[in-house]
Design a protein around this ligand. Structure first.
Ligand code: BGC
Ligand code: CA
Length: 341
């Protein structure tokens, strides 16, 4: 008897909640003692930057959102696997999807799945682009402004070059550089490649590209590429190595050590290993890609969305084109200590 009354009251309660929000659809509230489930996918677990973000998201959820249960999935760098994972999460009835695309040009497929199931979705790290976000009222993006990272990286190259005239190995006033690119087509890789060099040129320093290749954000691949570069005829020409992320910069440093050369190398992300390398003098600069705040933003947005609130209500974030962009910060030997944690 008591039980029946309780369940009746619960049904009435749910009905009241739906009515009270006046047509604005609120996500299903978990039953007492249950959790909101966040179906989270990472393009691959063994990416330096995203491994850090996964830790951060877990830690922040545990501390601030005990009502959240994160269901983490490793898409193993396969968009097909990711699509299946999203299908499975939808059949499980997750409260919200939190997706790191494998192929940034494949966002529409995933957003369409979320839309068909009427489940909100936050994409992060791989920007699906404005049109995809606009195709579904419950789709948002959390990332950064990739242009900024290229500009900060370029500025650090310039600062260091000007302070150390010996970096101009052949004394021609031109920076002969090698570019280690992330995944081609990834907005972060494209913008960093372009804006780092543009920033150097804008500062009045001429550049000459002696090498460019994609190492897909990966240390081991970067190490092989730089090893081949240093073994070949252009190995003697290169004066500066610019990498789209720290993982690849770390690979470049390993390759240089094996060849007994020590050129200035620049990365992006400011992962802990990179800060240690700056301290040692092996890495000349990086740019903080603030994964911790991106993880926080994802969870804050999710929390608001699940309560039917404006996604950025009560947070420090602004939505522009349905996207939150967490600022980057340039990092070198003068300020790296501020970022050690
Ligand atoms: C990071 C890279 C990472 C990539 C993955 C970028 O924002 O800087 O380190 O590999 O995202 O999508
Ligand atoms: Ca030169």
């Amino acid at each position: 008897m008591k039980k029946t009354l309780m369940s009746l009251l619960m049904v009435l309660g749910v009905a009241a909640a739906v009515v009270s929000c006046g047509g604005k659809q609120e996500a299903a509230k978990p039953a007492e003692g249950q959790k909101y489930t966040l179906g989270v996918t990472y393009y691959k677990f063994d990416d330096n930057f995203l491994a850090g973000m996964r830790n951060d998201m877990g830690a922040i959820a545990q501390e601030k959102y005990p009502q959240f249960e994160l269901l983490n999935n490793d898409s193993q760098n396969s968009q097909a696997i990711l699509n299946d994972q999203v299908d499975a999460l939808i059949s499980k009835g997750v409260s919200i999807l939190v997706v790191n695309l494998v192929d940034p040009s494949n966002g529409q497929v995933v957003v369409d799945k979320a839309k068909a199931a009427n489940i909100p979705i936050i994409l992060f790290n791989k920007d699906p682009g404005k049109a995809v976000l606009e195709s579904y009222d419950k789709a948002w993006y959390v990332g950064n402004n990739p242009e900024e990272s290229g500009i900060f990286q370029g500025e650090t190259v310039v600062k260091n070059w000007k302070a150390n005239p010996k970096q101009d190995l052949n004394g021609d006033g031109v920076i002969q550089f090698a570019m280690l690119k992330g995944e081609p087509g990834h907005p972060d890789a494209e913008a960093r490649t372009k804006f780092s060099v543009e920033t150097i040129e804008k500062a009045g320093i001429k550049t000459e590209k002696v090498f460019e290749d994609a190492a897909f954000w990966d240390s081991a691949q970067a190490k092989d590429k730089v090893d081949a570069l240093l073994s070949g005829p252009n190995g003697k020409k290169v004066e500066v190595i610019i990498a789209n992320n720290d993982g690849m910069a770390m690979g470049a440093i390993e390759a240089m050590k094996a060849h007994n050369v020590m050129l200035p190398v620049y990365g992006v992300d400011a992962i802990p290993e990179a800060l240690t390398l700056i301290e040692k003098g092996d890495l000349s600069g990086t740019v903080l890609n603030d994964g911790k705040n991106q993880a926080l933003a994802v969870l804050e947005l999710a929390n608001n969305i699940l309560q039917g609130k404006d996604p950025v209500e009560g947070t420090q974030w602004k939505l522009v084109d349905k996207s939150v962009r967490v600022p980057y910060v340039g990092v070198d030997k003068d300020n790296y200590k501020d970022f050690v944690r």
